[in-house]
Design a protein around this ligand. Structure first.
Ligand code: ARG
Length: 416
């Protein structure tokens, strides 16, 4: 079935293969052994997708791997990737909280680390040839260990359908999922879920009810609403309703709450790195509350220039994550700015969550720049309104100058 030039045989002697236990990566194990003549070690990282790591490990060994490494990466994922993205306000094309894109550099890093530890000369991943994830895996590998080879079997083999892969696995006695899978491609972790394919490839078709994994249909959400208070220190979420929580637990709790109210559904057409547009449906229940609350504290705690500059940095930071260049020098430099700018982001934000919707209803911060005396329209006003006269005289000067020059030339601004 698979047709590869014999030249590939012997190219690598040991390959560390990213392994989820699904059909593609299960078929990859025998395929790489047959077509590269290599020993296969699998690597599975837990980013909070909810899989049983012990089962996955056993399955990899049953499928022909000589060793199977598994890791719980959730804490690292939160502290090294999710929180920096929150601090930067990183939402790709203004919407997508980047859960898949943030997980890839960590998984790719672990793959090359495991390759080093086992003396392997290549890594392999199960990404397709038209997606963003191949870019993220391979650029990360190049940035961290440029001497290590990368194999992408899905770009090489000639199995074009699921059925081809099932036949291939069956012929080799490899266990494959027997349940009829949903016709979607789903990628879920602690920070969110992405769903594509099936009927959703038609942009006009509403996502089917069975596509959603983490959120209730807002129509089935409880009536009424609930309040939640999220606390931050230096831009990082640290508590919910006054209770201090570690990152993983905090995100899980907010996923639960927002998911229950159907908050955080996003239906989006996006521009992929490889040039095409695709439609992706996202669920980001906890992420949407956290981003909303963080932005609110920025409004309160940042001076105007930094707040506005942050909007630009957010966009650049999101593009860097999406484009797979987390381990590039620009991200490092921007992170230095983002960390500095987040120092005054402290305090709590209260949100009201109801069916399909969350809104900010209160904010409180020890580092707030809001000054009651300056802001008030009642007694106790400390703002010097007489100073506004001189301010406006200078602030309007360029426009008065333009108007007078135009009038001198017979060009009345009112006649334009
Ligand atoms: N479009 C998103 C990204 O490039 C998610 C990719 C994975 N999507 C999926 N449904 N498997 O980051």
């Amino acid at each position: 079935m698979s047709t590869l030039s014999a030249g590939q045989i012997g190219r690598y002697k040991k390959i560390v293969c990213a392994y989820s236990g699904g059909l593609d990566t299960s078929v990859m194990i025998p395929w790489l052994r047959e077509n590269y003549g290599a020993e296969i070690i699998t690597y599975t990282g837990d980013l909070g997708q909810g899989d049983d790591l012990a089962k996955i490990k056993a399955k990899a060994l049953n499928t022909g791997a000589v060793a199977a490494e598994v890791d719980d990466l959730q804490e690292r994922f939160v502290h090294e990737f999710i929180w920096p993205a929150v601090k930067a306000g990183a939402l790709y094309e203004g919407q997508y909280p980047l859960h898949t894109a943030l997980g890839r550099p960590l998984l790719a890093r672990r793959l090359v680390e495991v390759a080093r530890a086992h003396g392997a000369d290549a890594i392999a991943h199960g990404c397709t040839g038209k997606g963003n994830d191949q870019v993220r895996f391979e650029v990360t590998a190049q940035a961290l260990a440029p001497d290590i080879g990368v194999v992408a079997p899905l770009r090489e083999w000639d199995m074009l359908t699921r059925e081809d892969e099932v036949d291939y696995a069956f012929a080799r006695g490899i266990p494959v999922p027997i349940t009829r899978e949903k016709p979607y491609s789903i990628d879920q972790n602690l920070w969110g879920c992405a769903i594509e394919c099936g009927e959703m490839e038609d942009l006009w078709t509403e996502p089917p009810a069975d596509a959603w994994q983490m959120t209730k249909d807002p129509i089935e959400a409880p009536r009424g609403s609930t309040e939640v208070v999220i606390g931050f220190e230096h831009g990082i979420p640290v508590s919910v309703d006054g209770v201090a929580l570690g990152g993983v637990a905090l995100i899980r709790q907010l996923n639960e709450l927002a998911g229950h109210y159907g908050v955080g559904r996003i239906d989006m057409v996006e521009n992929r790195v490889v040039g095409l547009k695709s439609r992706e449906v996202y669920e980001a229940p906890g992420a949407s509350l956290i981003h909303m609350a963080h932005t609110e504290l920025e409004r309160v705690c940042l001076d105007r220039a930094t707040f506005n500059y942050m909007r630009r940095v957010s966009q650049d930071f999101a593009n860097i994550i999406y484009d797979g260049v987390w381990f590039g020098p620009l991200r490092e430099s921007l992170s230095a700015f983002v960390d500095q700018a987040n120092k005054p982001i402290n305090g709590v934000v209260r949100l009201r969550v109801s069916a399909g919707r969350a809104i900010v209803t209160g904010r409180k911060s020890p580092t707030s720049l809001y000054d009651d005396g300056l802001a008030t329209y009642s007694h106790g006003d400390t703002f010097d309104r007489t100073a506004a006269v001189g301010f406006l005289k200078l602030y309007g000067l360029p426009y008065r100058t333009v108007a007078s020059v135009r009038r001198k030339n017979g060009d009345d601004p009112l006649a334009r």
